[in-house]
Design a protein around this ligand. Structure first.
Ligand code: NAP
Length: 505
């Protein structure tokens, strides 16, 4: 179930906010600690009419500041509030672990609130060590509904939260387990498939969502919360940062269109090798993983394309040749590193021009340039690289057998085509073109790997000179299609991935 918080500061705003949240959410959390006009000692007159108008079942929360709430609340005020509020007609009452014993002790044996309390514990700094002991000490044995929300600082924390989810279920509880922070987002996207009672979406009132949080619409329609189960195959993208990636839209659209019970999730893995090793070992490798789901495959992006190779059983010749992996394939109980960037980059270009014998200049010598230069030379193009640091790019030139020159010396007169593999022109990086327009004269075509924006200054200036242009979105889609085929053996219906990509660029 998806629960959407309502953080309105005024009681009068609660009903319209609930109506908006109810369009997608299964449950609505009223964060009453955000209400500035609520009398905590006499909450029933204000809240009873609100609950009577609730379009979906409601969870009430009244959290003190030191436990992540919006206002300072003494223990006496919290106690007075809950002693009254448990008589409201709500689906659940989220009561912090420190207050639970006194509230439950004061309730008559047959009071309906006894079955509705969620005992909650938050840690905004860390996921505590010895989590099993910590939870045993925190959650009384009679607490059936429990919520554990802790800061996830690395992949081990996420694994330990999934293990705790299993323990809670074995104990017969109805658990909510949330890993706060982007590295913990798997608990939000996949927890419900493994019987976490609910997952929280971002609020809908314009409050900025916390890292790792998704909108209710994304949880429902992108990550299929409510439709996923332990049988769902998990795929995803490993990177850092990773949340800006539009691959989640492209792959999930293709899974949906092909009717596969798969889900594709972003996974932020820290840049140090230890965290990547932990993720591959505990969440991906068929021989060692400790999560109960089937793994379909992973995309790999910056900064892990090279460092991931040592954790895989073998590489395809393509990945070997380029020296980087952007795709992990599961074959039996082995992990195979593959690279779809070469064909992904070349297929759109080959549909526009002939590469055999073409004189092609490539700007940059980074990760994408490796795939582009390899693809071009394989297809018989005569390649020259232009870079800002010739010394640094020396080994790149030697690896692929291409000449490397200072970028300022580039002149279109000596080439048929020019490929930009630098980030110059990318939204948020630069709005400039990597080459001045007069240097374009003589080129037949230009190719910019950047896809945000779809038409860069570089492409616009080339187009204005009658030069044929190609942007990076087609490569993004093509390499994703090749990944999809490698994982599933299927080809998605025409246009599905393209449409998903275009909608989100
Ligand atoms: P990367 O590994 O960091 O390489 C970037 C290259 O650009 C390096 O050679 C770097 O030189 C050079 N560079 C950076 N800033 C520069 C500047 N101001 N002037 C001149 N050269 C500069 O990055 P990448 O993974 O190759 O990605 C590069 C671009 O390709 C990004 O915009 C990315 O979005 C795009 N891309 C698109 C796709 C797609 O599917 N369409 C796939 C992959 C990448 P130094 O080594 O000197 O820093």
């Amino acid at each position: 179930m998806i629960c959407t918080p309502v953080l309105s500061p005024l009681t009068a705003e609660l009903i319209p906010s609930m109506v908006a949240a109810a369009e997608v959410a299964d449950r609505i959390e009223l964060r009453l600690d955000h209400l500035a006009d609520l009398d905590p000692h006499n909450p029933l007159p204000a809240l009873a009419p609100v609950l009577a108008a609730a379009p979906k079942p409601v969870l009430l929360t009244f959290r003190p500041k030191e436990q992540g709430g919006a206002r300072e609340l003494s223990i006496e005020t919290r106690e007075a509030f809950w002693r009254a509020a448990v008589n409201l007609d709500a689906w659940a009452f989220d009561i912090e672990f420190d207050l639970y014993p006194s509230i439950i002790a004061a309730l008559p044996d047959d009071h309906p609130a006894r079955e509705k309390i969620i005992v909650s514990r938050h840690d905004f700094e860390k996921t505590p060590d010895h989590l099993a002991d910590f939870c045993r000490d925190t959650f009384p044995a009679d607490a059936r509904r429990v919520k554990l929300a802790t800061r996830v600082n690395n992949t081990s924390d996420t694994r330990r939260l999934f293990e705790q989810l299993e323990r809670f279920k074995t104990e017969g509880r109805e658990p909510i387990v949330i890993g706060m922070g982007m590295p913990g987002s798997l608990t939000r996207t996949l927890g419900p498939a493994h019987r976490a009672t609910l997952t929280y979406s971002a609020a809908m009132d314009g409050t900025p969502s916390a890292p790792g949080q998704f909108s209710a619409d994304e949880l429902r329609n992108l990550f299929r919360v409510g439709a996923t189960s332990p049988a769902t195959t998990v795929a995803g993208i490993i990177g850092n940062p990773v949340n800006h990636s539009i691959s989640k839209f492209i792959h999930n659209a293709a899974f949906r269109a092909t009717g596969l019970d798969w889900v594709y999730v972003p996974v932020e893995v820290q840049s140090d090798g230890a965290d990547l090793e932990t993720f591959i070992r505990d969440f991906v490798h068929p021989k060692t993983k400790c999560v109960p789901w089937r793994v379909g495959g992973y995309s790999v992006t910056i900064p892990h394309k090279i460092s991931v190779m040592k954790f895989l059983d073998r590489l395809t010749p393509t990945a070997e040749a380029v020296g980087a992996v952007n795709t992990i394939i599961v074959e039996g109980d082995e992990l195979v590193g593959h690279n779809t960037d070469i064909d992904g980059a070349m297929i759109p270009l080959e549909s526009m021009t002939t590469l055999a014998g073409a004189r092609v200049a490539v700007l940059g010598a980074g990760g994408a340039a490796h795939s582009v230069v390899r693809g071009l030379t394989e297809r018989g193009a005569r390649v020259t690289a232009f870079v800002r640091d010739v010394e640094k790019a020396k080994s790149f030139g030697e690896k692929f057998g291409v000449d490397v020159f200072q970028q300022e010396t580039f002149d279109g007169g000596g080439f048929d085509g020019l490929v930009n593999t630098t980030p110059v022109g990318m939204r948020g990086f630069s709005e400039e073109s990597p080459v001045s327009p007069e240097k374009l004269v003589g080129l037949q075509w230009v190719y910019d790997l950047i896809y945000k924006p779809r038409v860069t200054t570089f492409l616009r200036e080339a187009e204005a000179r009658g030069i044929t242009t190609l942007g990076g979105l087609d490569m993004l889609i093509e390499q994703a299609m090749l990944q999809f085929k490698a994982w599933t053996g299927l080809t998605p219906p025409p246009g599905v991935m393209q449409q998903a990509a275009r909608e989100h660029v």
